[in-house]
Write a protein that binds this ligand. Structure first.
Ligand code: GLN
Length: 224
């Protein structure tokens, strides 16, 4: 009896140790690292967190196991890349349900370019079903091909100076729901939007050295 209790105790201790080793405590900003400009987002997110004095780190996540390792995920960033590829691999990793669940529980989301496509409610020119986290209708590759990519200065609500926006085979937001705030437009079309604390941009702030857009997003982690 005593020996059995001893074994049970050991078994419980072992499992607690395995669990503790497995978890990384503290809040994290998860960068979905399936495809696209992941390292650029990690770099600028780290830089922004430091600048804002937020005691969190950016971590790359690409599977359910990665998500499970982190005790609390305060924000998820979906990078630019190729939305069809990211979505397919997210499905393979069973990540769609987890992302929806995180969003429902209060984790905030930011998607840039392909990431914005994935956060939308409807992709006009594609059959792929996105995450529906931000109520926008979006059209892929709206400005044309790779060679039609461009850079331009845009005015952004909440920023004093114009922001150099890089559009690479960018989508266009064709419709916004009533809870969506338009923070910036280009040619009268929304290019940066916010819904609650979730944000989407059709351009790539992570490809600049300017942290201001990441600041607008990450500041919301500490805002009640
Ligand atoms: N054209 C890409 C897509 O549809 C997005 C491009 C980008 O993220 N730069 O997914």
């Amino acid at each position: 009896m005593c020996l059995t209790a001893h074994y049970i105790c050991n078994w419980i201790m072992l499992n607690i140790t395995i669990y503790l080793n497995h978890c990384e405590f503290g809040m994290t900003v998860a960068i979905l690292s399936i495809q696209g400009d992941v390292s650029e987002h990690i770099y600028i997110t780290e830089k922004t967190l430091k600048k804002l004095n937020i005691n969190e780190h950016a971590v790359a996540v690409s599977s359910l196991t990665d998500f499970d390792k982190h005790e609390t995920i305060s924000a998820v960033i979906i990078p630019g890349g190729e939305s069809t590829v990211i979505l397919k691999l997210m499905k393979n990793e069973n990540l769609l349900k987890r992302m929806k669940m995180l969003s429902e529980k209060g984790t905030i989301f930011f998607g840039t370019c392909a990431g914005a496509i994935l956060l939308s409610t409807k992709i006009i020119n594609s059959d792929i079903v996105p995450l529906s986290i931000i109520d926008i209708e979006i059209e892929r590759n709206s400005y044309g091909r790779q060679k039609d990519s461009f850079e331009t200065d845009i005015k952004i609500d909440g920023l004093d100076k114009p922001f150099r926006a890089i559009f690479i085979r960018a989508p266009v937001i064709r419709g916004t729901g009533k809870n969506v705030e338009i923070l910036s437009t280009y040619n009268s079309l929304p290019v940066l939007v916010r819904s609650g604390k979730n944000m989407a941009s059709t351009f790539h702030p992570e490809l600049t050295d300017n942290t201001e857009i990441h600041e607008l997003f990450l500041k919301q982690i500490i805002k009640e």
